[in-house]
Ligand binder design. Structure first.
Ligand code: GLU
Length: 431
């Protein structure tokens, strides 16, 4: 089984969405199941409703799961297993107070060495600390695992000292809960962000201590950098999937972009269904990748171009195919749904009449709407009629006409958009 394990502690980050897409793709390609596990171990940081929001986004992106679980459902099981580890001599109670550990850390800093937990400290504060934690015994040999993207990863035993698996309140730590759950749900392949690479040997050690022999495959995805080359954080708007959606990027375009990052996919523009046929995780680059909003805009525009008129209209909150067609023309100068919405809103906005010519043109079109709608059928006959009625031509006619019809002084050829506007003339020209 494959899994995606989001924490309900904030907006879904594009790095996490990328992991979700890749896990989904591998599940489909290998005919395996796809599990969503909400990792709600961090009570203080969990945000009410974030789980539902994340699930809603996964649905929107077409990443449907076979099973959904919440990590907290297994807390009892995690505690039972921790106690088994104690019985086996692989874990122990540690009574060290926070103050004691802080002191030891300070000592290490002063002496210029890395802090490492010493198992002999476990009972030191027994008399003053009624709430011990449980620690797993650190590694006694080197841990090696093979990463599908990074290759061999090696961690010396010094890097993995005895670490906390159950906190003083009985809640399991992330590494413990994650490792046990990957075992319980029979996970075969884990794809997640590079920031978890150093957790992997700890999670392997948990399962080894239990005698669980199944080898799990790993792929750690390179981090995503912002435009300044720094790790993309919550402060970068573009890192939030909800933000990208709110700006009018299409889910299929975001998927296309995320699968193209640090990669040379077979095609430039594709959807998830196509990617299932040829996507190969091994082709992903090991190096961090910069998020390039201009490239996403380009891809988004291509996906908008590919929409049928009905879908385009619906996305713009209209049931009229003309609006869909109008939007398609405006893709000449827009790359997101929001930009299209703005262009269309401008067309339907109330225009300020700024010259006598403009007033003359507007009044004449309004008259034609009521009395001679035949002459409004196409742009050429409207043009001919207006030249006759107003005695205007060239710039004097077309500049005010463009503004009256579109709310802008520049834009697509009027000839290309007029057929979609003609049934709305009254609304467009209202005063
Ligand atoms: N809850 C972790 C995260 O959101 C999951 C990491 C993992 O896939 O193991 O980063």
């Amino acid at each position: 089984m494959l899994r995606f394990a989001p924490s309900p502690t904030g907006d879904l980050h594009i790095g996490n969405l990328r992991a979700a897409i890749l896990n989904y793709i591998i599940a489909k390609q290998t005919n395996d199941r796809f599990l969503i596990r909400i990792e709600d171990t961090d009570n203080a940081r969990n945000i009410d409703g974030k789980d539902k929001e994340i699930l809603g986004i996964l649905n929107l992106f077409g990443l449907f799961w076979d099973r959904l679980v919440y990590q907290s459902e297994n807390f009892k099981q995690h505690n039972i297993i921790a106690n088994e580890l104690i019985k086996k001599g692989k874990a122990f109670y540690c009574y060290c107070t926070k103050e004691f550990l802080a002191l030891k850390k300070e000592e290490a800093i002063k002496e210029g060495r890395a802090f490492r937990y010493d198992d002999s400290w476990a009972l030191q504060c027994r008399d003053i600390n009624p709430n011990p934690v449980i620690r797993l015994k650190g590694a006694d040999s080197t841990t090696i695992f093979f990463d599908e993207i990074k290759g061999e990863c090696k961690f010396s035993k010094n890097e993995i000292d005895s670490f906390v698996i159950i906190r003083e309140d009985g809640i399991p730590t992330y590494n413990f809960a994650c490792s046990i759950d990957d075992m319980i749900y029979d996970i075969s392949y884990i794809i997640r962000g590079e920031d978890h690479t150093s957790n992997t040997p700890k999670q392997i050690l948990v399962r080894q201590s239990l005698g669980y022999l199944k080898e799990i495959k790993y792929a750690h995805l390179p981090i995503i950098l912002n435009q300044y080359g720094k790790k993309m954080s919550k402060r970068d708007n573009e890192s939030s999937v909800s933000w990208l959606l709110s700006q009018g990027f299409l889910p299929q375009a975001i998927i296309n972009y995320l699968l193209s990052m640090g990669n040379k996919p077979k095609k430039e523009i594709f959807n998830l269904k196509e990617a299932l046929e040829w996507f190969d995780i091994k082709t992903l680059s090991k190096s961090p990748v910069k998020f390039d909003i201009d490239q996403l805009r380009y891809i988004n525009r291509e996906h908008l171009k590919a929409l049928n008129l009905k879908d385009m209209a619906n996305l713009l909150e209209s049931s009229d195919l003309s609006i869909g067609a109008l939007a398609k023309v405006y893709l000449e100068e827009a790359s997101t749904l929001n930009e299209l919405r703005d262009k269309i809103a401008l067309i339907f906005s109330k225009k300020e009449i700024t010259s006598d010519n403009m007033r003359l043109i507007r009044d004449n079109i309004m008259k034609l709407v009521d009395k001679d709608s035949k002459s409004l059928e196409d742009f050429n006959s409207l043009k001919a009629k207006l030249i006759g009625l107003t005695n205007l031509n060239g710039k004097d006619l077309f500049q005010p006409l463009r503004y009256l019809l579109t709310g802008a002084n520049k834009g697509p050829l009027l000839n290309d958009i007029y057929i979609y506007l003609r049934f709305y003339l009254k609304e467009i020209l209202r005063s």
